[in-house]
Design a protein around this ligand. Structure first.
Ligand code: ADP
Ligand code: ZN
Length: 429
């Protein structure tokens, strides 16, 4: 049933383990130039329980940038064997270095994550995400090999070759970025294949925010089960929190990470079950420990126990990044609210783009929406009706009425990696 006994540790034991590991992490971290200074007045022996983590300061992305490239390392450079970097979605990337032991720990966590959604050594896994510095490449790859799967490092793009490999080698599991999965599903049909005739059964989808509606679409269009995979390079990469077959929240691997959810304004924990910013601490990384990292990702803890028996607390799917919030006419808007509204409408195709522009002195919102071919008719009235319905549906969700522009299937450029959902044209038009 489980890959590692740590997945089902009773809470008191788990919390005892976390406290021990946290003490060790802090001692180890204090041997790096950054934390030696930051924690100079802190005594690791004051940590008695995992909850004492709140006495430690936060680490931010700016701290990591300020310490680039070696400021957080606790070992001589000789001991490091790998470097990854965040995708730089929100600015200058940060570099993460791993010792061999860190890579082994990460591969184990990744293998555990895949096992939790039913992948076994007899599966063949194709990784359709980019390799290189992005952790979704090698991170997934080594986890899959660790589990014992035949692993195909196909990388991103080249749909035809992807499909050929999938058919020739009977690929049963895939790792694919959600925005690419929708695009890929359409391409499979265009190439003349029916998804139900393909060998795949499971897709791991992650690396970017997406809604439940998008997951359901991916499942229907590709005819498989899709599981949400969460991670970030600062915490190794994928394999930080993962869905189980219940598809109801992602278990945080709490023997390896301490997760907290805070109010971004005050830094205090939010009341149980409320949405806030996820803060993460590495408990098992030796070469570059990071304490109380402000992820900028918004989520909440789900209440109750999971029927699967795993004891790691579950986080809800990421509602968005704090950095992605738009403020328009005094209203806070997250791109995922827009996606949720759009993907609930059958006429809407795979892709959309949110544009902010200025008209006079006013900021305005325009949403370009790809419409499925069968709805792209010549009847002006029908199209205008659809446009109005989409605008109204969006207004229900975000409380302002955006301009809606209907565009044809495949006409919004698809970013090679993570989807770009928002374009700010305010100083450009
Ligand atoms: P970057 O922040 O530059 O994109 P990473 O490549 O390390 O760097 O990506 C990590 C980020 O990707 C997370 O902080 C989160 O915002 C996003 N992410 C990863 N997995 C998921 C997921 N399953 N759902 C939503 N967002 C995700
Ligand atoms: Zn579960």
């Amino acid at each position: 049933m489980y890959f590692d006994p740590a997945e089902t540790l009773a809470r008191p034991e788990l919390e005892k383990l976390q406290a021990e590991r946290l003490r060790a992490v802090v001692k180890n971290a204090m041997t790096s130039p950054f934390y030696a200074e930051r924690l100079k007045d802190f005594d690791p022996e004051d940590i008695r329980t995992a909850a004492d983590i709140t006495n430690l300061p936060f680490t931010t992305k700016d701290d990591l940038r300020g310490q680039y490239p070696y400021g957080l390392l606790t070992r001589p450079l000789d001991e490091f064997v790998r470097l990854h970097a965040s995708s730089g979605t929100t600015g200058t990337p940060t570099a993460i270095l791993y010792t061999q032991k860190d890579l082994d720990t990460w591969a184990e966590l990744m293998a555990r994550s895949m096992y939790a959604v039913g992948i076994r050594r007899s599966d063949v896994l194709q990784n359709l995400s980019g390799y290189g510095l992005f952790t979704g490449g090698l991170g997934i790859h080594y986890g899959s090999e660790r589990l014992g799967c035949l692993t195909i490092p196909a990388g991103a793009g080249n749909t035809k070759r992807q499909i050929k490999l999938i058919r020739d080698f009977n690929v049963t599991a895939m790792h694919i970025i959600p925005s690419f999965a929708l695009y890929f599903a359409a391409k499979v049909r265009e190439e003349g294949y029916e998804p139900e005739d393909m060998p795949w059964k499971i897709a791991l989808i992650g690396a970017e925010p997406h809604t439940e509606e998008t997951r359901r679409r991916i499942e229907e269009m590709l005819h498989l089960k899709a599981y949400n995979s969460y991670g970030l390079s600062e915490m190794n990469g994928p394999g930080v929190a993962f869905e189980c077959t219940e598809q109801n929240g992602m278990h945080v691997w709490e023997d390896s990470y301490i997760a907290e959810i805070i109010d971004p304004a005050t830094g205090e924990h939010v009341p149980e079950g409320e949405i806030g910013e996820l803060v993460m601490t590495t408990l098992t990384r030796e070469g570059m420990p990071i304490i109380r990292y402000r992820t900028r990702d918004l989520t909440r803890f789900l209440p109750g126990e999971c029927p699967c028996g795993r004891t790691g607390r579950r986080i809800d799917r990421i509602a968005g990044r704090a950095d992605d919030m738009l403020i328009l006419k005094g209203v806070n808007i997250y791109p995922m609210q827009i996606e949720q509204a759009l993907m609930s409408m059958p006429e809407v195709g795979q892709n959309y783009l949110i544009e902010l522009f200025r008209e006079g002195y006013m900021d305005q919102l325009r949403v370009k929406v790809e419409i499925k071919d069968e709805y792209f008719v010549e009847d002006m009235r029908a199209l205008q009706g659809l446009q109005k319905r989409i605008a109204a549906r969006l207004c229900d969700e975000i409380l302002v009425t955006p301009r809606v522009e209907l565009v044809m299937h495949d006409s919004i450029p698809k970013a090679p990696g993570k989807a770009v959902r928002v374009m700010d044209l305010r100083d450009k038009e």
